[in-house]
Design a protein around this ligand. Structure first.
Ligand code: FAD
Ligand code: NAD
Length: 365
């Protein structure tokens, strides 16, 4: 009996292949995973070497080669879900016929448990920066043409600045809450958005805020334990966010409203200090107006006297009111994220309210 042990997927030598035309070289990785998608693979091409890391269950399968001829920086990646294969198509610089794909480099054609694989960084360029609240900004970075990387829902990356070699984790957001308010955004998978609060006395964020458009930041491979499968059979979703703890909720919310067929209700309880701290308030209110499945409630810990909404910190009373289910037997899931004491207290209170461990995902460090 295998039990909960991770089983190494059966991709052996010979389970990747390649072929060519006069102008293209296509590498095919056979993952044997029917649900494989483009966020399961990270590809970087640099100085003649190609590194493609495919996440297959709890393992990272590495294809790592020094290519025998030069290719262009840009390449395309395609996931063929029904057969579980991934195709990387490279453009030859010269239309010569390749005798071999290249020389194997370190750990080529091997599996590493995902938790042991190294975080690798690539340089991304700052494309835009916009104020969202008085202290929180929306940063847009562009991946280099020579990298393919998509951050899975619920995961974060590390940003590193060359100035001080400081590294901090951030959770990308999708543009679904703000894109209709701006010029149409091209579906450009090369852009990664972050909502980042600038702390005047912080170590990292004031330096990040000093970047000019066109400057570079290093961005790591994604990390995190959130499982999208938890959402698939869901009927009711509860989201508890405090401050920038809202960031992982953005993609979760979008996914749930778009792809979860049985979903009846999503409730977001958003804790902030004051009204001016609330990220994307009008966008959230507009979404609640447009989509009857979605409700949002703002709770302030330091409101002005004009505030007539809910007040205070996370508490059993607020939670039991919030968690009233539409139907007794519905399948529910709850995500919580914010300052560590908020998340820890929240999870304890939820256990006391008989929400089981399986029904909660706490986003923590
Ligand atoms: P820090 O130097 O860490 O300081 C933060 C604040 O604490 C400042 O006000 C500082 O004055 C104060 N402080 C520092 N040390 C002390 C001390 N000893 N005593 C009292 N006060 C102190 N943040 C986002 O904005 N967006 C995100 O999407 C995001 N995603 C995250 C994902 C994960 C998985 C995690 C763990 C964190 C995430 N964060 C996010 C938080 C982020 O990683 C940083 O912690 C945050 O940006 C602060 O970094 P900093 O170096 O600027 O501030
Ligand atoms: P903040 O200081 O503005 O506080 C927002 C709200 O959090 C407050 O109004 C209050 O309701 C609650 N809160 C704050 N401190 C609390 C405490 N000690 N006990 C109970 N409730 C408390 O928040 P911020 O500056 O935006 O900080 C957001 C936090 O979320 C950061 O610590 C960041 O690291 C964390 N975060 C984590 C992730 C992750 O994935 N793990 C992602 C994003 C942000």
């Amino acid at each position: 009996l295998v039990g909960r042990m991770a089983v190494k997927p059966a991709v052996a030598k010979g389970n990747y292949d390649w072929f060519q035309t006069a102008s293209l070289v296509t590498i095919v990785i056979y993952t044997k995973q029917k649900d494989i998608s483009l966020d399961s693979i990270i590809v970087d091409y640099q100085d003649g070497s190609l590194r493609a890391e495919t996440i297959i269950k709890d393992y990272a399968y590495l294809l790592h080669m020094g290519l025998c001829h030069e290719v262009q920086e840009e390449f395309s990646v395609r996931a063929v879900e029904n057969v579980g294969k991934i195709e990387i198509t490279l453009k030859k610089r010269q239309s010569t016929s390749w005798k071999c794909l290249g020389q194997p480099l370190e750990k080529h054609n091997s599996f590493t448990p995902k938790k042991d694989s190294d975080l690798r960084y690539r340089k991304c360029q700052l494309v835009s920066k916009e104020d969202v609240t008085h202290d929180t900004k929306l940063f847009c970075f562009m991946l280099p043409a020579s990298s393919h990387l998509q951050v899975p829902i619920g995961q974060h990356v590390y940003l590193k600045l060359t100035v001080k070699e400081i590294v901090k984790p951030y959770t990308p957001v999708s543009d679904f809450l703000f894109s209709e308010f701006k010029e149409p955004v091209l579906p450009n998978k090369k852009w990664i958005y972050f909502l980042i609060k600038i702390y005047p006395n912080g170590l990292f964020t004031p330096e990040l805020d000093r970047l000019q458009i066109g400057d570079f930041v290093s961005l790591s491979s994604p990390e995190g334990s959130f499982k999208i499968s938890k959402l698939q059979e869901l009927e009711e979703l509860f989201l508890l966010a405090a401050g920038t703890g809202f960031t992982p909720m953005v993609k979760v919310l979008n996914y749930a409203l778009t792809y979860v067929p049985r979903l009846r209700k999503v409730k977001l309880m958003f804790f902030n200090k004051t009204e001016e701290d609330i990220i994307w308030r009008s966008q959230l209110e507009k979404l609640a107006f447009k989509d009857k499945r979605f409700d949002v409630e703002f709770i302030l810990s330091a409101p002005t006297s004009e505030w007539n909404g809910k007040q205070g910190h996370i508490s059993p009373a607020l939670l039991s009111e919030f968690l009233k289910r539409g139907q007794e037997e519905s399948s529910v899931f709850l995500c919580i994220c914010g300052p560590t004491p908020f998340t820890e207290q929240g999870i304890r209170m939820l256990h006391d309210l008989h929400i089981s461990r399986d029904e909660i995902h706490g986003f923590t460090a």
